[in-house]
Ligand binder design. Structure first.
Ligand code: ADP
Ligand code: MG
Length: 657
């Protein structure tokens, strides 16, 4: 009831600031997110018999998957753990989840996230069935048992457990234990703990308690979703279990450990599912939370300085439970069926830290050892029909020419599934091409795409088509961004009217003049003057521009600021120049829209454009790539560099170098 609810809410959101967690400062550096992959078995026996898997395990940490781009290769992925199709719920739980639970009693946070395309086994892994209970029931059982023991009378700490259950759908946070609640906000208290004021929290002391709250909410979610099956596959179901500890004797410390158990939205690319094509679905297609989650995991695991938690609801919620002293495991679920192939590859790429290309064809030898024995394929078999066709020349190639392979059922069973992929329909080809580009943009190398002449023709046609779509997409994106910018401008100008009647220029631009008429004026940002006085070897010079000679020689009156910029030219030491460029480049690649606005001449609109460009095209390889971002021309580039390198150089010189 609500009476309970209000008490519940109090200890969630009242901004109570606990003493910092015990021993936090002595902890080792941030833990990375562990990644496990689980391959489920064929679920439909009839399909299983006729379908050949395109992925298989190699050992307890790695697996290989056919490389559709090159029949001669497989891709090997390495993870913290790999669970094959025969693994049990207990294997996954004991291997990857149970070990992190004890940290909750140390006041640390933990999270378990099931990732993967719809139908690959996320819900099976997290929830399971009464016969095969998954991670959630197992973790709850153990945790409740653990807290009962540790919190028993006579032990130093009193323990209590509460649960909340929420859903993130289209970047809205919804309370699944209170269907009347609207979108909830995520806050951070002064200790960096993330909390959701207003979220229902139910105390639980037994597993029956847990089921009483969880099952109806869970059922509601699925029942509500059957009408709109997309919803359950596009929303993240987040179960939060909190363990509160209070010391029974002085100094009466308190600790809190949070465990997030998350059944993520399906990772399949919704833009390309269905038959309406790219355009219609574009805006609603990318699940922001899933997209940012990938970036966050990447940043944590690579130790990048900026982790973009704030860029989505899910990652913001998990901010204190991913990285830091938290313990997190991402379980990527994949399916063996060939029609999952693309989603499997993209799920593996999402989850993988390392991947290598192995030069051998993917065969089914290890999967059917008794039926076929180790299959050794001849070179001709390995190359398959496309290779044979190449010998015949392009003119003879027609779609029907792939038939010989399909005709021989037993041969095709021995052959790589990739050869079957080669007779794919155009929609499939389109997806492969997009995937190929994506992989290329992520820096993976491989054999050139589809190298036979007929395919090349198709590729070209597809490329043109795709380019058109890309243009459409960019246009839409630009419109969206422009709308945002307009809104932002309106807001900004309102604020300005209210607060600052005169526009303040950065200090840098107001320090152009010096007292004496010199041929060569050494000018520096205001904040540098004292430093410079001690070291006369100024590295930043601003020289006169010849065209403005006369004016500048009489420096009695200071130049208006805008003009001053035109009439000075920079001479910066090459070292500083390189440093400045690198700094700008880093900012372009890592900075948020807000960070980007710290650059001179980058307003909100350009910042958004840069972020948008980056999302579409990947990293900037040099500062000049900015010219490819709409709204930044070659001319502006020059002054952009001047202004920013000077600014950054100033920052550097002021720093503790
Ligand atoms: P998702 O939640 O990723 O969409 P599900 O968990 O609903 O996928 O799994 C799809 C189907 O596959 C379900 O019928 C489920 O019971 C079955 N399944 C998934 N994983 C396994 C597994 N490891 N063993 C047996 N059946 C599984
Ligand atoms: Mg599911």
């Amino acid at each position: 009831t609500k009476a309970g609810g209000s008490r519940d809410r109090d200890h969630l959101g009242a901004g109570r600031c606990r003493p910092s967690k015990i021993g936090a400062s002595r902890r080792p550096p941030p833990a990375r997110v562990r990644v496990a992959v689980r391959l489920r078995p064929f679920v439909d026996a009839t399909v299983g018999a006729s379908d050949t898997p395109c992925v298989r395990g190699m050992d307890s940490c790695s697996l290989e998957i056919a490389n559709w781009r090159n029949h001669q290769e497989t891709l090997k992925y390495q993870f913290d753990a790999f669970y094959g199709e025969r693994s049990t719920q207990q294997d996954i739980y004991a291997g990857s989840v149970q070990p992190i639970l004890r940290h909750l009693l140390e006041g640390q946070n933990a999270s378990v996230l099931a990732y993967g395309p719809t139908g690959a086994g996320k819900t099976h892994t997290m929830l399971g069935s009464p016969e095969q209970p998954g991670v959630i029931p197992r973790a709850l059982m153990d945790l409740l048992q653990l807290t009962r023991e540790e919190g028993a009378e006579g032990r130093p700490w009193a323990l209590s457990v509460t649960m909340s259950y929420l859903e993130i759908y289209q970047e809205k946070v919804l309370d699944l234990l209170d269907s009347t609640s609207g979108d909830l906000v995520i806050r951070e208290d002064c200790r960096g703990n993330i909390l959701i004021p207003g979220l229902t929290q139910k105390p639980i002391t037994s597993f029956a308690d847990f089921e009483r709250h969880f099952l109806p909410a869970s059922r509601n979610r699925t029942v509500g979703a059957t009408r709109l099956n997309q919803r359950s596959s596009r929303s993240h179901a987040v179960l939060l279990v909190k363990v509160d500890q209070r010391e029974r004797l002085a100094p009466f410390r308190q600790r809190e450990g949070k465990l997030y158990l998350i059944d993520l939205a399906g990772s399949e690319d919704n833009r390309r599912t269905g038959n309406k094509g790219l355009r219609l679905k574009e805006s609603g297609a990318i699940n922001a939370s899933l997209f940012v989650l990938g970036k966050v995991v990447d940043a944590l695991n690579q130790g990048l300085p900026r982790v973009p938690y704030r860029d989505s609801k899910l990652t913001r919620l998990l901010q204190d439970s991913l990285g830091g002293s938290a313990h997190s495991i991402l379980i990527a679920n994949i399916a063996p069926e060939r029609h999952f192939y693309l989603d499997t590859v993209s799920a593996l790429n999402f989850a993988a830290r390392t991947k290598e290309v192995i030069n051998r064809p993917f065969t089914n030898e290890s999967l059917q050892p008794h039926v076929l024995g180790p299959v050794k394929l001849s070179q001709k078999e390995l190359l398959g029909p496309p290779e044979a066709k190449r010998a015949r020349g392009p003119e003879e190639e027609e779609i029907g020419s792939l038939e010989p392979m399909a005709a021989s059922a037993s041969a095709s069973q021995k052959l790589s599934p990739l050869q079957k992929l080669s007779s794919m329909d155009p929609a499939m080809l389109e997806r492969l091409l997009s995937l190929d580009r994506l992989l290329a943009s992520q820096g993976s190398q491989g054999a050139p795409l589809l190298s036979t002449p007929k395919r090349e023709r198709m590729v070209l046609m597809k490329t043109v088509e795709e380019k058109d779509l890309e243009i459409e997409r960019l246009k839409m994106k630009q419109k969206e961004l422009e709308a945002k910018v307009l809104a932002q401008k309106a807001e900004d100008s309102k604020e300005k009217e209210n607060h600052c009647p005169t526009i303040l220029r950065p200090l840098l631009h107001r320090t152009v003049t010096v007292a004496k008429p010199l041929k060569k004026a050494v000018v520096m940002p205001l904040q540098l003057i004292q430093e410079q006085a001690a070291s006369p070897n100024a590295e930043i010079h601003i020289l006169k521009n010849k065209g403005r000679k006369r004016k500048l020689e009489s420096l009695d009156a200071p130049e208006p600021e805008e003009k001053a910029e035109d009439c000075w030219e920079l001479q910066i030491s090459p070292e500083l120049l390189a440093h400045g460029r690198q700094k700008i480049l880093d900012l372009l690649n890592e900075g948020s829209a807000r960070d980007l606005r710290s650059l001179q001449r980058i307003g909100p609109k350009k910042a958004q454009l840069i972020v948008g460009w980056r999302e579409l095209h990947g990293r900037f390889s040099q500062v000049e790539d900015l010219e490819r971002v709409e709204g930044i021309t070659g001319k502006q580039m020059e002054s952009f560099l001047k202004a920013n390198i000077l600014g950054l150089a100033a920052g550097q010189r002021c720093g503790p170098s």
